[in-house]
Design a protein around this ligand. Structure first.
Ligand code: DI6
Ligand code: FE
Length: 409
């Protein structure tokens, strides 16, 4: 039973606080938005729908977390302690820790356990109004283990009220059995893993960690070639620890997004603009590794590159399960504005997934996915820290989450 009129609400349909409607309503039929706008303009045909009174609460599109690594085994609190004692993230990685230590733990963890652990990381996001999430593989680094991660990601989307977009990140790190043979590993990624996983319907996009502790430009390009041959869109982890030029390469492959970008230069920004590539900024990782190089916000603004934000949830550099905290960090650490961070978790995040027509904006004909917020002003979404603000989440017209304090309709 999804037909209803949600009314007595303040509507922010595109995640833009300059485009809002007071005393608004949303009419839902068969899980889709049939009409939305000011209540006093409601067409008569919707007046008889079952009514839900939201008591003046704000409504935004369901939020989108467009970059996560939610599925992995174990945790890295010991490494955190080492870093507190002064060892850098790169040093730990070069000494056989870092991503590869999570790969060992992930390979040793069965699919059921991985599912349960990933679900524990996902549910706090859902309670914050997230209705679409991207999940990367990249902690398996062999065919069977990467398959296991992508299957868990798909299964999360079947068991939880969220649209899951999977990304194959086989080129995340060099697995220990390929030490000294990075080109051979990339051959495995391109010729065996990617085709097999794509054939199984497990891959929506392909990503590469292009970095001095990851893969080179030419290795990244081989992965992009293989993805393009398969008709799969690409994205990139680039310019996180140094300027390796990955963004410009990714732009040549019309990448959906280039992510991290602290060391991005003007040529990279211009390449993104020309290719329509979204900049995905990850303030959780910037904060957690105590980075000091800020992403080039002024250049991204000047070139009007759409900026998205994501948690980058992962055990090494961003153990963050809050998109609201991520918005706060983007304001505090990156000096982003409230309109920018709201766009960053709605329409720009949807664009980074190549799903701008489906998520991140509310319009007639779209699936009725929206979040209801207990705030007086939208700026509060980026302002409060560690406080539950979402009172209700509607997905496909159904209430899929309600805070216990609110009516369970
Ligand atoms: N960049 C990151 O920040 C994560 N992956 C990546 O390519 C880190 C992953 C990890 O340390 O486990
Ligand atoms: Fe990442």
């Amino acid at each position: 039973m999804t037909d209803a009129l949600w009314h007595n609400l303040q509507l922010c349909p595109h995640g833009n606080p300059e485009q809002t409607t007071r005393n608004a309503a949303i009419a839902v039929r068969a899980g889709k938005i049939a009409w939305l706008g000011a209540l006093d303009e409601l067409p008569a045909e919707y007046a008889s729908l079952l009514k839900h009174d939201l008591n003046g609460a704000w409504v935004t599109p369901g939020l989108v977390d467009c970059h996560t690594h939610l599925v992995y085994g174990g945790q890295r609190a010991d490494e955190f302690a080492q870093r507190l004692a002064g060892v850098s993230y790169e040093e730990i990685a070069r000494n056989g820790g870092g991503i590869v230590s999570t790969v060992r733990a992930t390979r040793a963890t069965d699919e059921c356990t991985l599912f349960a652990q990933a679900a524990d990381r996902l549910t706090p996001l859902l309670a914050e109004g997230v209705t679409a999430v991207e999940i990367k593989s990249g902690y398996g680094l062999d065919l069977a283990s990467e398959r296991k991660l992508l299957r868990v990601a798909r299964k999360l989307g079947e068991h939880y009220p969220v649209s899951v977009y999977t990304t194959f990140l086989g080129a995340h790190a060099l697995p220990p059995e390929y030490a000294g043979r990075a080109d051979d590993y990339i051959t495995l990624v391109c010729e065996r893993m990617l085709p097999a996983l794509a054939d199984e319907g497990l891959v929506d996009a392909v990503d590469v960690f292009c970095e001095r502790i990851g893969f080179t430009l030419s290795q990244s390009e081989r992965v992009f070639e293989a993805a393009t041959r398969r008709g799969l869109p690409v994205k990139i982890h680039a310019e996180q620890l140094s300027n390796a030029g990955g963004t410009t390469l990714a732009a040549r492959y019309q990448a959906l997004s280039a992510d991290h970008l602290e060391f991005l230069d003007e040529a990279g920004v211009a390449a993104m603009k020309a290719a329509g590539t979204v900049a995905v900024l990850l303030p959780g990782a910037y904060y957690f590794i105590r980075e000091t190089q800020l992403p080039p916000l002024d250049l991204l603004r000047q070139y009007q590159v759409p900026i998205a934000l994501a948690t980058d949830h992962n055990p090494g550099t961003s153990p963050v399960s809050s998109l609201l905290l991520t918005m706060n960090m983007a304001c505090t650490l990156f000096r982003m504005t409230v309109p920018e961070v709201l766009a960053g978790v709605t329409r720009h995040a949807a664009q980074a997934l190549g799903e701008a027509e489906v998520h991140g904006s509310l319009a007639v004909g779209r699936q009725a996915d929206f979040a209801v917020w207990s705030v007086d002003t939208l700026a509060e979404l980026a302002y409060w820290i560690g406080r539950p603000l979402c009172q209700r989440v509607i997905r496909g017209g159904e209430t899929v989450y309600v805070r216990p304090e609110y009516p369970q309709q």
